[in-house]
Design a protein around this ligand. Structure first.
Ligand code: C2E
Ligand code: CA
Ligand code: CA
Length: 435
């Protein structure tokens, strides 16, 4: 180590690779420092690097080490050794203990990015930070770090937000997340999940053309838990793969029941969360479902969001092509909500785009949004694709989008998502023109 000439004293207190304190030494020293400097407000900062594991996979481990050393060198330079402490706690994680009025986090992140760019590694490497402003000095240092870590977790991978401060709400959310996670398995076993169906209309004929299946969780004590709360948790812990499969099967069961009763049906579209695309048996699973319920592929449509595209384009293209080969229609959900909607449109053989609700919300406030909507519809038509406009709530919005062309509309203006029985009643009231 010494031969490389960049490291200060290396001993059991120090991390061999970077020469910064190791985790244990940092915990001890920071506890002493915070105890001694009662008069000064301090921050604990947890930092890590985006996709560090990928860097270690893509490049040689030396490259990873080079990055970590460059980051550590900068940290040593920028922190005042008389007032601040730092360590590499493990892998690509750094922890700092800095007086609040000395912490220039934006500058630190900017400088760190620059240092790494100067190494000319062909991968975008970004630093993220979570910050806990020490309020309770008697809190063990490990818990202070946990809080900074919670703030970090909240923004990791967001690209636009590079640092966040911990607040008490985060702790409540974390506890809620743990509660949700701990209850999912039982909820599935005890049939607490069900699907609602939201009809999709042709606004020019007021007929129902299709529907979307949306999962609902009725907890025996807490009542209805919003998908906005539990879907992100399921996506983080992987449960979404099983939950989605449950939803698809419920949708198929519903279709079969109506067919057995000799009633007309419309296609039901289901959501495929991006994690599904890592399951190679996905096309088989869907084919088997169709076989099991004796359905034709047009009766089930598949909604895919852009985040799946951002993750792994080659695999997604393969998967979508396979779905198309099986006869399914594939929809792009939340079109326009991310950064690569147009790329996805360019590369993937999609049938329909579902325009994100954000556009409709802005419609009355912004002329430009009206123009964008108009051209999105034209673009889709030129590409031979269908369009669904999501989130239509008022007559005025509905009339505007209907004037744009052959669009379908999903929104509270026509109907909220309904329990299956209510959806069936709705199908009796309106003409049905499946498409
Ligand atoms: P999404 O796929 O974009 O679904 C449409 C959401 O918009 C639904 O929210 C629906 O109730 C809501 N919505 C429909 N029309 C209107 C309207 O006019 N105004 C407003 N404000 N909202 C409207 P929901 O059911 O709460 O679901 C939220 C999200 O949770 C879904 O967004 C989807 O991303 C996810 N989700 C729901 N069910 C499933 C599922 O079975 N699997 C997966 N992977 N995700 C699901
Ligand atoms: Ca959807
Ligand atoms: Ca959507």
């Amino acid at each position: 180590m010494k031969a490389e000439g960049i490291l200060p004293t290396v001993g059991t207190k120090f991390d061999e690779l970077t020469g910064l304190y190791n985790r244990e030494a940092f915990f001890k020293e920071a506890t002493l420092l915070l105890g001694a400097r009662y008069d000064v407000s301090y921050c604990i900062v947890c930092m890590d690097i985006s996709c560090f594991k990928i860097i270690n996979d893509l490049f040689h481990m030396d490259t990873g080490n080079l990055i970590l050393r460059a980051a550590a060198d900068y940290i040593k330079e920028v922190l005042n050794p008389r007032t601040s402490l730092s360590c590499r706690s493990d892998a690509d994680h750094f922890i700092l203990c800095v007086p609040s009025d000395e912490l220039q986090i934006e500058q630190i992140i900017k400088d760190l990015d620059k240092r790494i760019q100067d190494l000319h590694i062909s991968h975008n490497i970004l630093f993220f930070a979570g910050i806990y402003t020490v309020e309770k000095r008697d809190l063990p240092i490990e818990q202070m770090c946990d809080r900074a870590g919670m703030a970090l977790k909240r923004i990791k991978g967001s690209y636009l937000t590079r640092y966040a401060y911990y607040d008490a709400k985060m702790r409540d959310q974390m506890i809620e997340e743990l509660l949700i996670s701990g209850n999912l398995e039982i909820a599935l076993m005890e049939h607490q999940f069900t699907i609602f169906l939201q009809p999709i209309f042709d606004p020019r004929t007021n007929s129902v053309v299709s529907a979307e299946a949306l999962v609902r969780w009725f907890h025996p004590i807490h009542g209805m838990v919003s998908p906005g709360k539990f879907i992100p948790v399921c996506e983080r812990n992987g449960f979404i793969v099983r939950l989605d499969r449950f939803v698809w099967e419920e949708a198929c069961r519903f279709q079969r029941k109506r067919l057995d009763e000799g009633k007309p049906i419309v296609p039901i579209s289901v959501n495929l969360s991006r994690l599904n695309f890592y399951s190679l048996d996905l096309p088989d699973f869907l084919s088997l479902l169709l076989d099991k319920y004796e359905l034709e592929p047009w009766m089930l449509k598949l909604e895919v969001t852009e985040s799946a595209y951002t993750d792994n384009q080659v695999q997604l293209l393969d998967m979508i092509s396979t779905f198309k080969g099986l006869g399914f229609s594939v929809l792009m959900d939340d079109f326009g909500s991310g950064y690569s909607s147009l790329n996805m449109l360019k590369d993937m053989p999609l049938d329909t785009i579902k325009v994100d609700m954000a556009f409709i919300r802005e419609l009355e406030k912004s002329e430009r949004v009206a123009v964008i909507l108009k051209f999105v519809v034209q673009l889709a038509e030129a590409l031979g694709m269908g369009v669904v406009i999501e989130g239509v709530e008022t007559q005025k919005q509905c009339e505007y989008v209907a004037s744009l062309g052959n669009v379908a509309v999903q929104g509270y203006y026509f109907s909220r998502p309904l329990p299956m029985q209510d959806f069936e009643k709705l199908l009796e009231k309106f003409p049905i023109k499946p498409r």
